[in-house]
Ligand binder design. Structure first.
Ligand code: SAM
Length: 394
């Protein structure tokens, strides 16, 4: 079936286009099996994670200049260096502590954190990775064998979270990759955007919201103090509660560091955001149509950090801190990471300055990206949250 794409997007090459057709055929089968439509969360789940087919499950290049988007660890090793400094503080308080990374992408953050921890003489007893994509897991193994060959003995890929561990859990840009439901507020009730197959490709169809989604939307309206106007569209992550509960089951004592683009609930559901926070990325072009290029474009949603904090408290965590990425990096040891800058060659200085600007400037990743610490046990909050904690805005 043809899938019309927005005219501003580059055309996929023949191999990618053929792959996308296979993903579309798979989703069409799922739609038929479900009686003619699937929820948007189910569509997103298939488009991103269908085994061997979905965006994260198949072999395309996703991260970096040659891919579709760039994440903080891919921008600069300075990010991993600062993260490592927070890990060192926590590991020193949890005798024999481990690190568990969710969704390790290309493996860059793992390599940078381990390299920096070795430099600080603060290696963890183990570095575990939990990655849902078999393809990415293979790439992570290859990249870590190349980048930290003498530390691979510490690294294990897990199929399920450990029963209980001590130390640090890291997740950079994982929350934004969890499938979300999309709702439409009507004066007559809460509706749900489902996906069906139309003559020109996938189409949205509005149905009465499931009881769970309707009550989630009504609870948000109660909290922000208004009923959304007729036609207001946004997203709700029904998956975040279970995901955070899984983190809690995996960690007995220590700190979870979550990094992602996101805002508080009041900003998330503000009247001017009447078309939600879902974004699609294809070859560094951002757009708003999740129904095209299935399996070869990234689908992602900004994070409602109030929902994350609520789920965390319900799961037994304390909120250690919530900061913008720029403040987190500055308080967490950016200056120490820049030691030796003066000795670099001019070209290297320019490149490092460019990287740090991308990580910290408000118009780049400095303000929209947030870091949240969730804690358990008698552990001091890592220094990255000491400069401008914004927990009060959640
Ligand atoms: C946007 S990418 C970020 C990758 C990497 N952390 C980085 O910053 O470059 C999202 C990652 O999360 C993984 N992922 C998604 N859902 C997950 C889950 N429930 N558990 C573990 N990993 C997950 C994806 O396969 C992918 O590796």
């Amino acid at each position: 079936m043809p899938h019309d794409q927005p005219p501003s997007l580059p055309a996929p090459d023949a191999t990618s286009a053929a792959h996308s057709e296979r993903v579309a055929a798979y989703i069409c089968e799922r739609i038929s099996a479900a009686g003619g439509r699937v929820s948007f969360a189910e569509f997103m789940q298939h488009a991103l994670y269908a085994p061997g087919l979905g965006y994260y499950a198949a072999g395309s290049t996703k991260f970096g200049e040659a891919g579709d988007f760039i994440t903080a660890p891919e921008v600069s090793s300075v990010f991993g260096g600062v993260v490592a400094r927070q890990c060192a503080e926590v590991l020193a308080q949890t005798d024999g502590g481990e690190i568990l990374e969710y969704g390790a992408g290309s493996g860059k953050l793992a390599a940078d954190v381990l390299t920096a921890l070795r430099g600080l003489d603060a290696l963890p007893s183990a570095y575990n990775i939990l990655e849902v994509s078999a393809d990415l897991r293979e790439r992570q193994e290859a990249s870590l064998r190349e980048r930290v060959p003498d530390l691979t003995g510490l690294i294990t890929w897990l199929d399920a979270p450990p029963a209980a561990s001590r130390g640090v859990i890291l997740a950079n840009e994982v929350l934004d990759a969890l499938p979300v439901e999309r709702f439409v507020r009507r004066d007559t009730g809460v509706m749900q955007q489902c996906v069906t197959e139309g003559p020109g490709g996938f189409e949205f169809v509005e149905t009465a919201a499931s009881a769970r989604l309707a009550s989630a939307v009504e609870a948000i309206e109660d909290e922000v103090g208004v009923q959304f106007p007729d036609g207001f569209i946004s997203e709700v992550s029904l998956a975040v509660g279970d995901w955070i509960a899984g983190l809690s089951a995996a960690l007995d004592e220590g700190v979870v560091l979550l990094f992602d683009y996101g805002v508080s609930r009041r900003e998330y559901y503000a009247a001017e955001r009447s078309d939600g926070w879902l974004r699609c990325h294809f070859r560094h072009h951002a757009h708003n149509n999740p129904l095209v290029l299935p399996g070869i474009q990234d689908l992602t949603t900004w994070v409602d950090f109030t929902a994350v904090a609520e789920a965390a408290v319900a799961a037994g965590f304390e909120i250690g801190g919530y900061s913008a990425q720029a403040q987190f990096l500055m308080a967490g040891g950016l200056e120490a990471e820049m030691q030796g800058f003066a000795e670099l060659a001019l070209e290297e200085q320019l490149e490092l300055s460019r990287q740090v600007k991308t990580l910290t400037l408000p118009g780049e990743m400095g303000e929209h990206f947030k870091c949240m610490a969730l804690q358990k046990g008698a552990i001091a909050t890592p220094p990255g949250f000491s400069l401008a904690d914004r927990t009060h805005v959640l």
